[in-house]
Design a protein around this ligand. Structure first.
Ligand code: ATP
Ligand code: MG
Length: 634
């Protein structure tokens, strides 16, 4: 079975080896997966910045995630699909998962989907979504999962970009016990899009009535029945064959279609499971994200299954039936590795902490958190509530797996609050001066950049647009071909990185460059703050000033809150960082993945039009913020 390819004694030696000799390093890691035909070359970097990993090798993601485990653990649970919305809970062994994936693959095949064709998956968190992703991988079709919370315009844009031959969807999602129709939104999106899919496969959950389009729409239950005994041979694809397209969450602008390969992704994810997430074959991982995001692709579906682990797909909120629901699943399925996001923890933080200690969490080794900055109060709170290591990790849709993390599978190292840790193996990270491109040393703020070649698992290109890929990511730093994360960071003398916000979130107050994240961090140390966002807005005198938007924990105690918050910043960072105003609000504008959309806050605070806000969760929030600002002005 899966074995650690190479266990070096220390993080430092392993990381250095991965940078000094990536060929040797990754050829060792490549042994973690099955190759139907060995690769000829570990890396072809003859056309930078495009890296082709494991060229000539033939493999398959579905085979590695499912088939390969049948002999050893066919009867073990592979997938647990829990819905606290429909009150259904279903488990699938590797053997059962294999059977369902074969049926789904046969549905795809018999409806004309072949290797290289795109399949758009617009689905809630149900088992069929997992079958669909794996079925695509099985036949070499390229999936593009679109988060179920997106409405028709966002969906139409992705249909036009990915041009899927087939769309797989469900008639409805469900939230707080109420059906949320998907089918009408999907029909509207297809009407809006220029490109038209030939077939639409609908999983009818019986939640909301819907109308079918003759010739085009297929019923999953009927199709499954037709293919009940189907076996679909694995399509062995080149390691560089695209496995999927996934659009970024759109916090900073128009989403980009991140294209991922097959072989490099399988190797990187399996290696990350061993060295970073420390999950073992036969154990259970519970990732609370959604399959519409990169965390869902990598750590709900592929990485646990590639590593022979069971994975939990969860449909529902963290608060229903009560705030203990996630921890009850940890107990029930003996979860050893859990992965969530700071935003989810902040939701729990408003609840009675006794819900978190009601259950036996002895199987749990780590709670990983990623996606946005993990502020110290939130980290401390969850750490104390569950008494388990809380591991911040930093990465992007583009990279597919952590760029920065404490890698406990290699060496136990101390955590530092506010830091996601050290560069992951394979990542050659530089901190650069954004104006000159000069490399910076310890304790200096710079742009976090990655020297090429990007390690396996990272994006190959932007789907259909190599030129945009190079221009966007590799040519933003003067005089260098280097990948920019567009995140601003600092490294301490032990090599730990701290993320200070996005490069477009750096503000310049009277010549002082300040990361909005630092000011947020300082503000959030006030005991009555639940959440806060800081943006820089134009100021005639100082160039820019910082403006804060703060959600209080106790909304009845806000008379002197703004003044107290200013004092907090004064004493921690100095008066130069003091926000010109802190508005007390009851919500912040967020993307559907829970990230604060600072550019929209900035626009509203400057009295401008917020522009494209289609990726935003609740557009009414901006109206509320506008009102608060206007009230203060008058
Ligand atoms: P777009 O690129 O379309 O604007 P996005 O950047 O929000 O969207 P993602 O790829 O989902 O899309 O998010 C990656 C970003 O999330 C990182 O670049 C970083 O800004 C932030 N991030 C992720 N993890 C962390 C973390 N642990 N600490 C701080 N920031 C994080
Ligand atoms: Mg981004």
């Amino acid at each position: 079975m899966v074995q650690a390819a190479k266990q070096n004694a220390s993080y430092k030696t392993m990381h250095e080896a991965s940078i000094a000799d990536p060929i040797e390093f990754w050829s060792e890691q490549a042994k973690l997966i099955h190759w139907e035909k060995p690769f000829n070359q570990v890396l072809d970097y003859s056309n930078p910045p495009f890296s082709k990993w494991f060229e000539g090798g033939l493999t398959n993601l579905c085979y590695n995630a499912v088939d390969r485990h049948l002999a050893e653990r066919g009867e073990q649970i592979a997938l647990v699909a829990v819905s606290t919305e429909t009150n259904q809970e279903k488990t699938y062994t590797f053997q059962e998962l294999h059977t369902e994936v074969n049926r789904m693959a046969a549905i795809l095949k018999t409806n004309g989907v072949n290797k290289g064709d795109r399949v758009l998956i617009y689905m809630p968190m149900i088992a069929e979504a997992c079958f669909a992703m794996l079925a695509c991988a099985r036949i070499g079709a390229i999936h593009s999962v679109v988060f179920g919370g997106f409405a028709s315009h966002s969906l139409a844009a992705r249909i036009d970009d990915a041009q899927p031959k087939m769309i797989i969807s469900a008639e409805a999602g469900i939230r707080m016990g109420k059906g949320v129709p998907y089918k009408p939104l999907l029909d509207e999106a297809i009407a809006l899009a220029e490109f038209k899919p030939t077939k639409v496969l609908i999983v009818n959950r019986g939640l909301t009535p819907y109308t079918s389009v003759a010739e085009r729409d297929l019923d999953y239950a009927a199709e499954r029945e037709k293919n009940i005994a189907a076996q679909v041979a694995v399509e062995w694809v080149d390691a560089t064959h695209p496995s999927y397209i996934l659009y970024t969450s759109g916090t900073t602008g128009k989403p980009k279609g991140v294209q991922r390969d097959t072989g490099g992704y399988a190797v990187a994810l399996t290696a990350s499971m061993q060295h970073i997430f420390c999950g073992k074959p036969g154990e259970t991982m519970f990732t609370t994200s959604d399959i519409g995001w990169v965390v869902g692709h990598s750590y709900i579906i592929y990485a646990p299954l590639l590593n022979g682990m069971a994975t939990i797909m969860y449909e529902g909120t963290p608060l229903r039936p009560d705030a203990g629901i996630w921890w009850s699943l940890v107990e029930k399925y003996k979860v050893s590795v859990m992965f969530s996001a700071p935003t989810a923890v902040r939701v729990l933080k408003k609840q009675d902490p006794s819900f978190l200690t009601k259950y036996d969490l002895s199987s749990l080794r780590y709670l990983f958190l990623a996606g946005e900055p993990l502020d110290e109060p939130t980290a401390n709170w969850i750490h104390e509530a569950i008494n388990k290591p809380v591991v911040d990790n930093y990465w992007q849709t583009e990279t597919g797996w952590p760029i920065l993390a404490i890698q406990s599978g290699i060496e136990t190292m101390p955590h530092k609050f506010g830091s996601p840790g050290l560069p992951s193996f394979g990542y050659n990270i530089k901190l650069l001066d954004d104006a000159t491109g000069a490399e910076l040393g310890a304790d200096a703020k710079g742009v976090i950049a990655i020297e090429g070649p990007l390690p396996p698992g990272c994006m190959q290109t932007i789907w259909g647009d190599d030129a945009r890929y190079v221009k966007t990511y590799w040519e933003s730093i003067p005089g260098k071909l280097i990948y920019s994360t567009f995140d601003w960071g600092i490294k301490d003398s032990d090599g730990y990185f701290f993320i200070l916000g996005r490069t477009d979130d750096v503000i310049n107050v009277a010549g002082h460059r300040l990361g909005t994240r630092e000011i947020e961090e300082s503000l959030s140390s006030h005991p009555n703050l639940a959440e806060v966002a800081v943006v820089g807005i134009a100021d005639q005198l100082k160039g820019q000033v910082a403006i804060g938007f703060a959600i209080p924990k106790d909304a009845t105690q806000t008379t002197t809150l703004e003044a107290e918050l200013m004092k907090t910043v004064d004493s921690q960072l100095g008066a130069v960082a003091r926000p010109a105003r802190v508005y007390i609000v009851n919500a912040l504008p967020k993307t559907r993945s829970g990230k604060i959309v600072r550019r929209a806050l900035q626009a509203v605070a400057e009295g401008r039009d917020p522009g494209d806000i289609s990726t935003m969760e609740d557009q009414a929030v901006l109206m509320h913020i506008k009102e608060v600002i206007e009230q203060k002005r008058s």
